[in-house]
Design a binder for this molecule. Structure first.
Ligand code: AGP
Length: 374
């Protein structure tokens, strides 16, 4: 975006674009659902999804970078579970070093906010040359990635100015969930009626996100403590591990705190040696069937001196005792917790960056869209 365009999008009463964009997420979700759902009662998506005719694809490959890659990881869990199709999520910058198995039976999802990321573009061109069917999920209509794909689903996040992506990630998540439902229906794994509870639960997410956005004062308090640290860990299992990666990226790019994300299980295989007195750990435990495995890791971290911020699901309250600070998410289907769970993580990055006096919207060394390929 040029300087002139940037000025054309107003910060309004917000001190930074990042906060404005975080606060816009309920509306982004409402727009995405209004555009994507034809009828909740009939379990029917709009032609943008319905006309894709996804039933014939035997595998899915997701190509993306950074935050868009993290959205792809969430999409993988949902699509594999509901559509019973193997999904591989590749960092676009690494894709060209692999001799990947792309063929005409491969549905290739290319996710990019800007639609101009050089690594993603190079990866998609290679996948296209091998015969893959490319569906782009991008926030900029008419972008290079949108033009070169076979089909496009435009996310409707609106212009995203802050270098740290927030609302585009939310739009990507909602789009991937809808795409996952369509894929499951097209593959005969989900009847129209079975889609109804998912769509009903999705419809409630904007309001739930609003509830969490109202908790800013709580997150600001966490940020005040986190701002004095130089290292932090983000842990979770399953879907929570994917969201932990996004929380960690958000924190490091805005605050310059060294933040690492691990699955809570993998963390015990080495990285736990880094835990010492006073280290902060942000732990996501939103999945009822996994929380029993995460609690012992939390207990171990506490016993080794870590202080813990817990992002917990409505049904995973047993993790609360291990937390120094906690936020309980509103009740939703376990598959959908990434949408509310990322809100406190985005706010945490934002308020910690502010507390450290950083240039929140334009962090050092970063550009909004990495167009070149190195
Ligand atoms: C997100 O906060 C980052 N600034 C970055 O990781 C970004 O998501 C990545 O460069 C991909 O950009 P794109 O979505 O425009 O392709």
């Amino acid at each position: 975006m040029t300087a002139t365009n940037k000025n054309a999008v107003d910060k309004g009463s917000y001190p930074h674009f990042m906060l404005k964009e975080i606060m816009e997420q309920p509306e982004v979700l409402r727009r995405t659902l209004a555009k994507g759902i034809a009828s909740i009662e009939q379990g029917q998506l709009s032609p943008e999804y319905g006309d894709l005719r996804l039933g014939k694809y035997q595998k899915v490959l997701v190509l993306a970078c950074g935050t868009a890659y993290h959205a792809g990881l969430v999409g993988k869990y949902f699509m594999e579970k509901l559509a019973r199709v193997p999904v591989t999520v590749e960092q676009a910058a690494e894709f060209r070093y692999t001799d990947s198995f792309v063929d005409p039976d491969t549905l290739v999802l290319v996710i990019s906010q800007s639609g101009e990321t050089g690594d993603t573009l190079a990866a998609m061109r290679e996948a296209k040359s091998k015969g893959g069917y490319l569906v782009a999920i991008t926030n900029v209509a008419g972008s290079t990635i949108a033009r070169e794909a076979h089909r496009v689903i435009n996310t409707v996040a609106g212009a995203e100015i802050s270098v740290a992506s927030t609302k585009a990630y939310m739009a990507q998540l909602a789009t991937l969930y809808l795409l996952g439902l369509q894929l499951a229906m097209d593959r005969g794994r989900l009847g129209f009626k079975d889609a109804v509870p998912y769509l009903k639960a999705m419809k409630k997410i904007p309001e739930q996100v609003e509830q969490l956005l109202a908790e800013q004062a709580t997150v600001k308090e966490w940020a005040g403590r986190l701002a004095g640290n130089e290292h932090a860990f983000f842990l979770g299992r399953g879907l929570d591990a994917a969201v932990a990666m996004e929380g960690s990226l958000k924190l490091k790019e805005t605050t310059y705190i060294h933040a690492e994300a691990y699955s809570a299980g993998e963390f015990r295989h080495g990285p736990i040696a880094l835990i010492e007195e006073g280290i902060p750990a942000v732990i996501l435990a939103t999945q009822p069937e996994l929380v029993g495995y995460t609690v012992p890791v939390m207990e171990e971290l506490k016993s080794r001196g870590a202080w813990i911020i817990g992002i917990l699901g409505a049904d995973t309250g047993q993790a609360a005792d291990c937390c120094d600070y906690r936020m309980i998410l509103p009740a939703t289907l376990p598959e959908f917790t990434p949408m509310p769970a990322v809100i406190p993580l985005q706010l945490l990055a934002y308020y910690t960056a502010c507390a450290r006096g950083n240039d929140v919207d334009q962090p050092r060394h970063l550009v909004k869209s990495v167009k070149d390929v190195k």
